[in-house]
Design a protein around this ligand. Structure first.
Ligand code: SF4
Length: 258
């Protein structure tokens, strides 16, 4: 069972002396909903679900308030279905975001239900749970992934605060690349003083055939107290990164400033 995974916890609770009960969409801990977004999945109009909990602790996390996996959800699944019923024909899809959206086992039936209702499924993930990612990709439940690559593998612990994280994230990248039918945008977030070699990561992504790459500057909004999104010369450094990554010739390259 994944540590802190409420879906697996619910299933285990039901196992005591009984048959295991598979997770349901209704088990999903949803911290919040954005009913309509044109930026969470480039080129699509979507509703975004922010799922509670993340096992990592990035210093710049802009959803810092929803990282604790023990916090119950604020939004019921029936509210999501009601929203989708009202927005049928208007929205293209639903993006499962977070926190870390692949943390909860219930994301699997929830994605299946979204497809059943006639919407496409997008996923924002940092790749912390490659086995669950493999499960949803293998089942054809995801149409597009926005994958955060936080650092070169060896630098991950300095960025996300957890040992073993780099191998999981880069394994997740390989898993998505093994499904060319699934759209992919790789995002790299940079921040002043961070151990993120964005240009080296971008070069590696280009070599692996990634088509769509985004460079993002971390924002202070929603980040833990003490995080500084600005520093002397940061604007110039950003400009240099944009120039160097732009020269790599990605078919799609986006810069998202702070
Ligand atoms: S992986 Fe994402 S949600 Fe988790 S701490 Fe880092 S920025 Fe926040």
């Amino acid at each position: 069972m994944d540590e802190g995974d409420p879906g697996a916890w619910v299933a285990a609770r039901h196992q005591r002396g009984r048959e295991p009960v598979p997770p349901r969409a209704q088990d999903l801990q949803i911290a919040g909903v954005q009913p309509m977004s044109s930026v969470d999945w480039p080129g699509k109009l979507v509703a975004s679900l922010f799922l509670q909990g993340c096992p990592w602790a990035c210093s710049y996390c802009h959803n810092h308030a929803i990282l604790d996996p023990r916090t119950p959800g604020e939004v019921g699944w029936e509210e999501v279905e009601g929203l989708l019923a009202r927005r049928h024909g208007l929205l293209d899809g639903v993006v499962f975001s977070g926190g870390e959206a692949t943390r909860q086992a219930a994301v699997v039936p929830a994605m299946a239900r979204v497809h059943e209702l006639g919407f496409q499924v997008g996923l924002h993930t940092a790749g912390a749970y490659p086995r669950r990612l493999e499960e949803v990709l293998g089942a054809g439940l995801v149409d597009w992934v926005g994958l955060d690559i936080k650092a070169l593998p060896a630098d991950y612990p300095q960025v996300v605060g957890r040992e073993g994280s780099g191998a999981k994230a880069w394994r997740s990248l390989d898993l998505v690349l093994a499904h060319p039918e699934v759209g992919l945008e790789v995002r790299v977030t940079v921040y002043p003083g961070g151990r993120v070699d964005a240009c080296a990561i971008a070069a590696e992504m280009r070599a692996r055939g990634v088509v769509s790459f985004a460079l993002q500057q971390a924002r202070a909004l929603g980040a833990p107290a003490g995080f500084r999104a600005e520093d002397g010369g940061w604007e110039d450094q950003g400009g240099a990164m944009v120039r160097d990554i732009g020269a790599l010739g990605f078919p799609e390259f986006t810069f998202r400033p702070a």
